[in-house]
Design a protein around this ligand. Structure first.
Ligand code: SF4
Length: 301
């Protein structure tokens, strides 16, 4: 059985950067509070907790010390609110998300109605919307009814949407609303790192009998990767930890692929590959034994 890793998988640079930043600050200043999970992965969260990073739901839960803004970013109000409460802020907002926030803010200031192609409840999208001062909306349906007050419209995307799905959204949205728009801006705020992982997952799915997708169940990006593989027609299993792999998944498989969401640490991926190698060896030994003791072989002996 061959075990193949996707060409691009696991931590993106934004997540790596955020983890390093909070770990460094916790080491220098002592325990810090993170406004939400730094990443949607229990293995990483456990590791950071051990280093003194506590996850809190909001500023109201923090009495003193330092708070961290996650890679998903927050609205502009957070800096002022933290200052009022006498808290220091470590801002780990991913530079790609920051670009999206700045674009949304600037376009609103220029009188554009800002539409974000994304999930309105996602922390990153909520953060970007906050930079529009209530003048932005997040939608997934390109035919949703939207008012466009000055016939000026701007389209952005949640960073983890694929370029292809954003392009399809833009095409359908513009087709549906063109009669109400005089000026249109499209800012491609999709993240190249995420797209790279989707493409690599596609390629992987094409050469495997089974793909194991490693990542937190709460990670939208990991779920989307698993969906990408399953849509390619390959058997797909999503797991958080190596011990969840069932030996029977591997029976009769020639090539097993491994990919992982942008919030999955290298350690989890290595553990999954190590367990697959071990299970493959056992399976091979079992098959050899079965062959040796097959009735036809016993008669030859
Ligand atoms: S997926 Fe992209 S946008 Fe999101 S944190 Fe990683 S690098 Fe930044």
């Amino acid at each position: 059985m061959r075990i193949v890793r996707a060409k691009a998988l696991g931590f993106c640079f934004g997540v790596r950067r955020a983890i390093d930043m909070v770990a460094e600050v916790a080491e220098e200043r002592g325990p810090i509070d993170s406004l939400g999970s730094i990443v949607h992965n229990p293995v990483v969260v456990d590791g950071l907790t051990a280093k003194g990073v506590r996850v809190v739901g909001g500023l109201e839960e923090v009495e003193s010390g330092t708070v961290a803004v996650t890679a998903h970013g927050r609205g502009p109000e957070i800096a002022g609110e933290a200052e009022e409460r006498g808290l220091d802020v470590v801002d780990t907002t991913c530079p790609i998300v920051r670009k999206s926030q700045k674009a949304a803010q600037g376009l609103c200031a220029d009188g554009f109605r800002v539409i974000i192609y994304g999930e309105e409840d996602h922390p990153e999208v909520r953060g970007v919307l906050a930079w529009t001062e209530g003048k932005g909306t997040a939608i997934l349906d390109p035919e949703a009814e939207i008012d466009i007050p000055h016939r000026k419209l701007a389209l952005l995307a949640q960073t983890t949407k694929s370029e292809q799905s954003f392009a399809e959204f833009v095409g359908r949205f513009v087709g549906h609303n063109i009669g109400r728009i005089n000026e249109l801006r499209i800012v491609n705020t999709t993240c190249p790192e995420t797209d790279e992982r989707y493409h690599a997952a596609h390629e992987l799915a094409a050469e495997c009998d089974l793909v194991i997708v490693v990542g937190g169940r709460g990670s939208a990006n990991t779920r989307k990767l698993a969906q990408t593989c399953a849509d390619s027609g390959v058997e797909t299993q999503q797991i958080e930890r190596a011990r969840e792999i069932e030996p029977e998944w591997l029976e009769g498989k020639e090539t097993v692929g491994v990919t992982a969401g942008a919030s999955t640490p290298d350690q989890s991926i290595d553990e999954v590959v190590a367990r697959l190698e071990k299970l493959a060896e056992k399976l091979h030994a079992k098959e050899q034994r079965a062959r040796r003791f097959a009735p036809s072989n016993l008669m030859d002996a």
